[in-house]
Design a protein around this ligand. Structure first.
Ligand code: 5AD
Ligand code: SF4
Length: 477
């Protein structure tokens, strides 16, 4: 009898990537992915703990599962990911609707756990691992546009930033065998994909070593980037996330050297105040961060830079906040993800500092940060007008069926006409465009030349929809 699974994914790109690994494991176990919870025998929620609001959204969704179960008695419900790790048995005890709780390093045991669930028992595995990278598992691409894909290169985080729950939910840092990463990228090219994003919590501390005929092969992140860029010259390569304390000039040199490595860096700063950065345990101060920005600009003057910012961290004064605004002015980010500080249990900040910035002050500061970033984003977008940019077409524009959208190497969204000289621009096509105008969110391009037609189209590997969590305090400008 075929078993139908629906996976709903919340939070970061890493979770989406993990859901693709889970799907691959379950398909081998006889499951068929479906595109709604209503059609499924098994619903898996792949969850996020980064902020309280993210958890709240998922807890609401778990409650909704009661209605589904009332209609479908055979339905099983599982919680995966960071909340599974953080809340463990609590979920099984307090949320009766939950049958299965599985942490991010235990997905290989899903088939066994599901057999147990099949006999009417509840099942849990939240063991974290120092080795698990799911290295050789080929992810099943879910909800894919057939053009861009995520490739996980490492898991976990050893940094212990004071505000962050990730080291507790995703465990120790470990890197994936570079050969399996290159193989996965080659496979993607063979399936018609035009772009990958290499994912890790802190890609700059990627490191791998292996003994080969007595000699030790060592691969750091810069080496890995070069390996992928050389092995897949037709593939655009992005990565996320960098850490300012670990980002080396060697990485910047490799980025500058290979045209297929996108000129875009996400470099979370979190705060512009050195005192706050120290309390956050970030391992750098304002001057260090600005030096890293200067180095990026020196190596790649046209490189786009985005960041993450937190307003209202413990002890943040008005002066600290002003420093964040002045750093934003100075750097001129192309884009930013902006958050209000949310205290997370067990973290260094929760144990050591009072969450003492009042909610209304956090909100007001966040709003000032958002307003400034909106202005900066618009300024940065305007600098592209008149430029010639290469755009990888990803899909039909949401606003107009006669237009397609894609991204420039700097990750700016560019809208282009769907037809050029009678030829339809299919997803995966690479075009050279002249930028005619800009809004805060996108650029409008005129196609000068089709650089590369999309590679032969293939059927998407599944029709599963991954629903992105709404209601978190993430703001993108
Ligand atoms: N509160 C608010 N924002 C947080 N982030 C991580 N932990 C918290 C928290 N407790 C933000 C950081 C990080 C991004 C992924 O989420 O800015 O870079
Ligand atoms: Fe969290 Fe810091 Fe690790 Fe990022 S680098 S996942 S913010 S601990």
């Amino acid at each position: 009898m075929s078993k139908r699974v629906y996976i709903e994914s919340y939070g970061c790109q890493m979770n989406f990537s993990d859901s693709e690994i889970v799907a691959s494991i379950l398909v081998k176990d006889g499951y068929t992915p479906v595109k709604s919870a209503e059609e499924a025998d098994l619903v898996l929620l792949n969850t996020c703990s980064i902020r309280e609001k993210a958890e709240y959204t998922v807890l609401q969704r778990i409650n909704e599962m009661n209605n589904l179960k009332a209609r479908n008695k055979g339905l099983k419900v599982g919680v995966l990911g960071c909340m599974a790790e953080r809340m463990r048995e609590d979920l099984l005890e307090k949320k009766k609707v939950v049958d299965l709780v599985v942490g991010p390093d235990a997905y290989r045991t899903l088939p066994d756990l599901l057999s147990k669930v099949g006999t009417g028992q509840k099942a849990v595995n939240v063991l974290l691992s120092r080795e698990e990278t799911y290295g050789e598992i080929e992810p099943m691409r879910l909800d894919s546009n057939g053009v861009t894909a995520f490739v996980t290169i490492m898991r976990g985080c050893d940094n212990m930033c004071a505000f962050c729950v990730v080291p507790f939910t995703r465990g120790r840092e470990r890197s994936r065998d570079p050969n399996t990463i290159v193989e996965e990228c080659k496979q993607l090219v063979a399936s018609g994909y035009g772009e990958v994003t290499l994912l890790g919590q802190n890609v700059d501390s990627y490191k791998w070593s292996a003994k080969d005929d007595g000699a030790t092969q060592r691969v750091d992140f810069a080496d890995l980037l070069a390996m992928v860029a050389e092995a897949c010259p037709l593939l655009r390569i992005r990565y996320s996330t960098s850490h300012p304390k670990d980002m080396t000039d060697k990485v910047l040199e490799v980025m500058a050297r290979y045209p297929n490595i996108c000129k875009y860096i996400h470099l979370p700063v979190q705060s512009g105040s050195s005192e706050v950065l120290m309390r956050m345990n970030r391992g750098y101060d304002r001057a260090w961060y600005l030096e890293r920005i200067a180095s990026i600009r020196k190596h790649m003057p046209d490189c786009a830079i985005s960041t993450d910012l937190i307003s209202g961290f413990c002890g943040e004064t008005e002066e600290d906040h002003e420093q964040t605004l002045s750093l934003m002015e100075e750097v001129g980010y192309d884009m930013a993800y902006m958050f209000k500080y949310s205290e997370r249990p067990k973290t260094l900040a929760a144990r050591k500092y009072a969450d003492d910035v009042p909610e209304d002050v956090k909100s007001r500061r966040l709003q000032e940060i958002i307003d400034l970033q909106k202005r900066k984003s618009a300024e940065r977008m305007a600098t592209h007008v008149g430029a010639v940019l290469e755009v990888l077409v990803e899909g039909v524009s949401k606003r107009s069926a006669e237009h397609m959208y894609g991204r420039s190497t700097q990750n700016a969204v560019v809208i282009v006409p769907r037809h050029v000289d009678g030829q339809e621009l299919l997803p995966g096509t690479l075009v050279r465009t002249r930028i005619m105008s800009a809004t805060a969110g996108s650029l409008l391009g005129r196609v000068l030349e089709i650089v590369m037609l999309s590679l032969p189209k293939h059927e998407p590997t599944s029709k599963v929809t991954l629903r992105q969590a709404q209601g978190d305090n993430t703001v993108v400008a």
